[in-house]
Design a protein around this ligand. Structure first.
Ligand SMILES: Nc1nc2c(c(=O)[nH]1)N[C@H]1C(S)=C(S)[C@@H](COP(=O)(O)OP(=O)(O)OC[C@H]3O[C@@H](n4cnc5c(=O)[nH]c(N)nc54)[C@H](O)[C@@H]3O)O[C@H]1N2
Ligand SMILES: Nc1nc2c(c(=O)[nH]1)N[C@H]1C(S)=C(S)[C@@H](COP(=O)(O)OP(=O)(O)OC[C@H]3O[C@@H](n4cnc5c(=O)[nH]c(N)nc54)[C@H](O)[C@@H]3O)O[C@H]1N2
Ligand code: SF4
Ligand SMILES: [Mo]
Length: 835
């Protein structure tokens, strides 16, 4: 057993392996400094909810409290590993002394504690009154990518069949809407084609706008272990910053933010021009080659090089790697999803794989990534506006199917117009047509774009705001009713990661005070509102999570995300299971589309598709006219520059994102001492050249201004591309003195109210800003030195700042044991094998 400082050593010890080998087991564990292994009363099975990787773990419980965590060796996702957030923020982040313990209601302008009846009465009274006076469209629900499957399904049923409002979405809109959209456009339905095990077998890995090293640290460990093995795969990185991924890459395309589609069109152009594509596969399994050819025709490497400001030779080399490697894995994330022309650019990744027929075979994965741990479930269950079970809102038969399942009038289920996306929900609240907004497990007062505006919307006097959270967040502070929720480890439920792997998370401890699970809260609301079926039965008759799961299974039957072969029992003891899991795939399915058959049948598909440039829906007639018949669709779009480009007044491109040590608005990581000391306060990154020109030095305070607002934070001079400014978006105001925005640090003070025309995902990753010095350095910037934000090479030797965590930052690693392989890992689970 090795002891490692896992704040300094983000990815832990290397366990190299060869192509087509098995990724070795390494069991990572962290315990409270006062606890030893022998002291633990109980280990309770779960999976980590601090990113979409979905690492399986056991929670250490002592005296009724969570005191640590350990990775599960037998799980196909992580083979025992955990990253820094999983090791420290999971159990520490939920155990903050300042957890909400009782409901709060607003009285005379102040939030005061009350009992559950009082809080729920206030909610149901307002809800009933508005439904009577204004109808269902007065109601909006804005949820999360961090609840459990059962909770989303309950919310979807109560919103769609109980109230009948189309105004339902989640922060998944900010997160993975483009992943879903790109999959629907290319393949006809959501659903991840590839699997993590593709890392084991590929000859090349492409990361498109994905800083996996910091945002899926355990997945990156798997990549690092291949890179350290005997037959290193080639690595290509598309990111404007010198991330850890870029540092390991054979080709780093440091594109100008906002120009992804120009690059992608050039990569497709090269693959076509060099005849690296599989003519037979394309003919048999795709539609749209002619239009794609015509669109990318002008996009030579030189043309894209000019737009993206990278070298044409590098573009050609990246294309050659894609075009000639026998097996390629691609991953796509926010550098594409939150940048300009998000869906169009992400679809080109699908196109590259379709052109070469690299799908559904070992090493040939596409991972249109998720970010949040349970984003996939929100998409599946339809608390985000989608219809449950990847059903198509434009297909009346799909709506009728749901109506039969729920025993409600089909006309109750909103399907007369596209579902309302998050940005539009806030717009309706701003205009006053939504008067009742229920926010669960998300903190829009920090995470939405253009915060000065969002703060005004949330505080609007006519808006009745319900916030359901673990903590009194910036958003909860302005609510009319605050509901204290039970969190991870305090409730039971399932969730599904990027890899389609379903995990069960069992309740390990009691929630604090009177906090209740989100499922209980939704069921209570439905009961109090008296939502019934047409036959007068309760609409949500479930008494707990397992009932809800069983109901969901029935809803998923026959759909791409078929869960009918999964049960709580099967999920206990062994590994998570990848959907679809049904009679045809009794142990789940590792990869989709190996047979070249795609869910594009018009009667089955989730979407009839859109025009990628304008977002206009294609509609049933035009989709049917293409006769896709199980073929995938090569979607094309021409490049257009971002709408807000730098100019004389705002000469820099502004982009935002994450650091390894914090999760979002820090409600959990900010309550872990070791993670907080690794990245204590906000910063921005600029290049050495830009710093030199502006007379700015490392650590100086700068004012960064956009048309929306400003932030004032210290500078890290890093290896970011010239002309670009990067800000982490983690730093809101809950742990600062003064009113939100008084000492502005939140990256979203500056971002735009703009979204992708197809996925409606907000553009967080490009805006125009100015930078000016606002004060002298008092020391180096607080930015971590172990990540993408490390000081520029030009600024001197790269030093790794020792963590202030000391013993608290340590975790143990135990290397060895036989790695799980699909589907043996699953079978072991069914036999109730060892954890
Ligand atoms: N540590 C940590 N891990 C997390 C999270 C977290 O908050 N913290 N959150 C989770 C969630 S919900 C998500 S969605 C994921 C997000 O995971 P990622 O997408 O990997 O994270 P980001 O930092 O938002 O963005 C990735 C990269 O996009 C680059 N980028 C910016 N603009 C552009 C552009 O125009 N083009 C290209 N090609 N790249 C660009 C940035 O430089 C950045 O390195 O992380 C998950 N994991
Ligand atoms: N500028 C910029 N902005 C961004 C992004 C970016 O890259 N740049 N990324 C966007 C992305 S991808 C995302 S995912 C969003 C994330 O943005 P948010 O969703 O606002 O982020 P979190 O801080 O994770 O908020 C989740 C909230 O849920 C609470 N919570 C956790 N578990 C539970 C639970 O079980 N029940 C309940 N009721 N509450 C719970 C937490 O305490 C927390 O307050 O931010 C988006 N905003
Ligand atoms: S990689 Fe993600 S799921 Fe795994 S331990 Fe880290 S935060 Fe948790
Ligand atoms: Mo996200």
């Amino acid at each position: 057993m090795t002891v490692v400082d896992r704040i300094a050593e983000i990815w832990g010890t290397r366990t190299p392996y060869a192509k087509d080998g098995a990724w070795p087991v390494r069991v990572d564990q962290a315990l409270d400094a006062t606890v030893t292994d022998g002291d633990v009363d109980q280990w309770v099975q779960s999976a980590c909810v601090l990113c979409s990787n979905g690492c399986a773990c056991d929670i250490a419980v002592k005296n009724g409290a969570m005191v640590g965590i350990r990775g599960r060796a037998g799980d196909l996702v992580n083979h025992g590993r955990l990253g820094p957030k999983g090791l420290f923020a999971s159990w520490q982040g939920i155990s903050g002394k300042d957890r909400l313990k009782r409901p709060l209601i607003r009285e005379n302008g102040r939030l005061v504690e009350c009992d559950w009846d009082t809080a729920m009465d206030r909610i149901t009274q307002r809800s009933r009154q508005l439904l009577e006076e204004r109808g269902p469209l007065s109601h909006g629900f804005y949820t999360s990518g961090q609840l459990f499957l059962e909770e989303y399904y309950a919310l979807a049923v109560l919103g769609k069949a109980g109230i009948g409002t189309p105004h339902m979405d989640g922060n998944t809109r900010l997160c993975t809407a483009t992943a879903a959209a790109a999959l629907k456009e290319s393949f006809g339905a959501d659903g991840q084609p590839g699997t993590y095990a593709d890392i084991d077998s590929c000859e090349a890995i492409f990361l498109y706008g994905h800083n996996m090293a910091e945002t899926q640290t355990v997945l990156w460990s798997r990549v690092l272990d291949r890179l350290a093995g005997p037959d290193r795969p080639k690595l290509v990185c598309v990111d404007p910053r010198d991330t850890e991924v870029a540092r390991c890459a054979d080709v780093h395309l440091a594109v100008r933010p906002g120009t992804n589609l120009a690059l992608m069109n050039a990569l497709v152009h090269e693959v076509l021009a060099n005849r690296w594509f599989d003519e037979e596969y394309v003919k048999a399994h795709t539609l749209g080659l002619d239009e794609l050819k015509a669109t990318v025709g002008p996009w030579t490497a030189e043309a894209a090089a000019g737009v993206c400001d990278v070298s044409a030779a590098d573009i050609r080399e990246a294309a050659r790697i894609f075009g000639t490697s026998p097996r390629v894995l691609s991953t796509v994330l926010q550098g594409f999803y939150q940048s300009a022309q998000a869906t169009a650019a992400s679809c080109q990744v699908n196109n590259l794989h379709l052109l070469r027929g690299l799908l559904g075979r070992p090493g040939c994965g596409i991972l249109q990534m998720n970010g949040q741990p349970t984003a996939q479930n929100n998409r599946e269950c339809g608390a985000d506006g989608d219809l449950p079970g990847f059903r198509n809102w434009e297909n009346p038969e799909h709506v009728a199917e749901l109506a039969r399942l729920w025993d409600v009038d089909p006309l109750t289920i909103p399907h007369w117009a596209p579902p309302t996306h998050a940005m539009q929900i806030f717009r309706y609240a701003e205009q006053g047509s939504i008067e009742f907004l229920w926010i669960s497990a998300t903190n829009p007062a920090v995470s939405m774009p253009d915060l000065p505006r969002i703060r005004d919307v949330l505080a609007k006097p006519g808006l009745f705001l319900v916030v359901q959270d673990l903590y009194l967040t910036e958003t909860a502070q302005v609510a009319d009713v605050v509901l204290p929720a039970a969190g991870w480890g305090e409730k039971t439920g399932t969730f599904t990661n990027v890899n389609r792997t379903v995990h069960l998370s069992d309740k390990a401890v009691e929630p604090p005070g009177e906090a209740r699970s989100d499922l209980d809260i939704f069921l209570d609301y439905a009961r109090r509102m008296g939502f019934t079926t047409v036959h007068g039965e309760p609409l949500l008759p479930w008494s707990g999570p397992e009932d809800a799961f069983e109901a969901w299974k029935a809803c998923s039957r026959g759909r791409p995300c078929d869960y009918t072969g999964i049960s709580y029992d099967r999920l206990r003891g062994g590994s998570g299971i990848q959907w679809p899991c049904n009679e045809e795939n009794p142990d789940g399915r590792e990869r989709l589309y190996g047979d070249g058959l795609f869910p594009t049948d018009p009667d089955y598909c989730e979407s009839y598709g859109h025009d990628l440039l304008t977002g206009a829906t294609a509609g049933s007639d035009s989709f049917r006219a293409q006769a896709p018949g199980g073929r995938a669709i090569l979607k094309a779009a021409d490049y257009h520059p971002p709408h807000e480009e730098p100019d004389g007044r705002f000469p820099f491109r502004y982009t935002t994102g994450r650091t390894a040590y914090h999760f979002h608005t820090r409600t959990k990581t900010g309550r872990s001492r070791v993670l907080t000391s690794a990245a204590p306060t906000a910063w921005v990154e600029i290049s050495p050249d830009d710093a030199g020109r502006l007379g700015i030095r490392e650590g100086d305070l700068v004012k960064v201004t956009s048309r929306r607002g400003r932030i004032e934070v210290p500078v890290r001079v890093s290896d970011i591309r010239n002309g670009t400014v990067f800000a982490p978006f983690h730093y809101g105001y809950w742990d600062q003195d003064g009113a939100p925005g008084e000492h502005p640090t939140a990256a979203n003070e500056l971002t735009l109210t703009e979204w992708d025309p197809v996925s409606k995902q907000p553009v967080f990753k490009n805006a125009a800003v100015s930078v000016e010095k606002a004060g002298d350095a008092v020391g180096p910037s607080p930015a971590p030195t172990t990540t993408a934000s490390r000081p520029a090479a030009a600024a001197g030797p790269r030093s790794v700042r020792p963590t202030a965590g000391g013993k608290d930052a340590e975790a143990t690693e135990q290397i060895g044991g036989s790695p799980p392989r699909f589907p043996e890992a699953v079978r072991r689970g069914r036999q109730g094998g060892t954890p």
